[in-house]
Design a binder for this molecule. Structure first.
Ligand SMILES: NC(=O)c1ccc[n+]([C@@H]2O[C@H](COP(=O)([O-])OP(=O)(O)OC[C@H]3O[C@@H](n4cnc5c(N)ncnc54)[C@H](O)[C@@H]3O)[C@@H](O)[C@H]2O)c1
Length: 339
């Protein structure tokens, strides 16, 4: 690749692929080197979208592979890393945590090591050729554990992860922090709430609601459906990432959220309301008749909420997409995908 390059790990995943689309729109001169293992969660069709684009170069590989990482750093002028790659589905982490430990913890460690070796000299100073380099770690609000009815997570909330997924992400956050304090590696971290939007894997909640509804199957809702999550449209998350990547203070953490707290049932009702309007059932009934309460997830956190004051005040980022508008775009996307 010519010029400077940003390494994007997990670029075939939900948020990573939306972020690549966003950078293609907004940074036409930026080289993008995508590293993805093509796990079950990867959207291989994303590669078709970028086929003609000379900005994008794709490498299939594992972030745990230190030799591959070393080669990528040798061959490319990697000036930035945006690290999305992860095992990301909580339910899978409960049934099989091993991959989460490997990718989320060991993989992040290998990436940190590769960037440390490439960017820093023996005195732990950035080499002149990498004086503007930075490593952006993408993380989740789930590292903070569960909230009761009141309050919201901030960057200062103590870590209290409750699932193997959030524990592995918490461990990776700590490693990233330690590379800043120990070695002076230029890092920033963002902890974001639940994203929604196009290109999410079908196993996740919103695509599942839509798929089950249009196939006239039971729409599964864990327990009573009263668990609360904050929802952010994925494009707004992409803008937050770009803002922090470009202007965030090194060593700092930014909590990112959409100010859209919804119970799972409220979210399901909002999706159904759109479906009832644009894709009514042939029997004239609402899709809500298909809602089926299923056994709750083990250790299901009650509520997550984000206080994003820091990124709003310091970096002037604001979520821009109203929840209903983002949800309409999302529902239409999955309906088109089905056709
Ligand atoms: N989805 C959300 O709502 C959300 C919210 C906050 C934070 N996050 C974080 O954002 C990041 C991206 O999440 P997502 O929802 O896009 O995930 P995803 O599961 O949709 O995508 C993950 C991608 O990483 C790739 N990958 C997995 N293991 C790999 C490995 N060992 N080496 C290289 N590539 C590998 C997969 O093939 C896939 O393309 C994750 O770090 C996640 O913790 C997600």
């Amino acid at each position: 690749m010519q010029g400077t390059t940003i390494l994007i790990t997990g670029g075939l995943g939900f948020i990573g692929s939306n972020f690549v689309d966003y950078l293609i729109e907004t940074k036409r001169d930026q080289g993008l080197l995508i590293l993805d293992k093509k796990t079950y969660a990867a959207d291989l069709k994303a590669l078709d979208r970028w086929k003609q684009n000379t900005q994008v170069c794709f490498v299939e590989g594992d972030i745990c592979d230190a030799i591959l990482l070393e080669k990528l750093f040798q061959k490319n002028n990697i000036q930035g890393i945006i690290h999305f790659a992860a095992e990301s589905h909580v339910d899978n982490s409960i049934s099989g945590p091993k991959d989460f430990i490997e990718t989320n913890i060991i993989g992040t460690f290998q990436l940190l090591e590769a960037s440390r070796k490439s960017w820093l000299d023996n005195n732990q100073k950035l080499k002149p050729a990498f004086k503007s380099a930075r490593f952006h770690h993408i993380s989740t609000d789930e590292v903070y554990g569960a909230l009761g009815l009141k309050g919201a997570f901030t960057e200062k909330t103590p870590y209290a992860p409750n699932s193997p997924y959030s524990a592995s992400k918490a461990a990776s956050d700590h490693l990233v922090r330690s590379y800043f304090h120990t070695y002076g590696l230029p890092v920033v971290t963002t902890n974001c709430s639940n994203n929604f939007g196009p290109y999410q894997h079908h196993e996740k909640l919103i695509p599942t609601i839509i798929r089950k509804a249009i196939h006239e199957e039971g729409i599964p809702i864990y327990g009573t459906g009263e668990n609360i999550r904050d929802w952010l449209f994925v494009k707004d998350h992409c803008k937050a990432i770009q803002t922090v990547f470009e202007r965030g203070v090194l060593g700092e953490v930014y909590a990112v959220g959409g100010d859209n707290e919804k119970t799972n049932l409220e979210l399901c009702d909002a999706v159904i309301k759109i479906l009832d309007q644009i894709e009514p059932r042939s029997n004239g009934e609402s899709y809500s008749k298909l809602i089926t309460h299923v056994t709750d997830r083990l250790g299901h956190d009650y509520r997550y909420a984000i206080d994003a004051t820091k990124i709003k005040k310091d970096l002037k980022w604001l979520p821009q997409t109203p929840f209903e508008e983002g949800l309409k775009i999302t529902v239409k996307h999955y309906l088109t995908k089905r056709k």
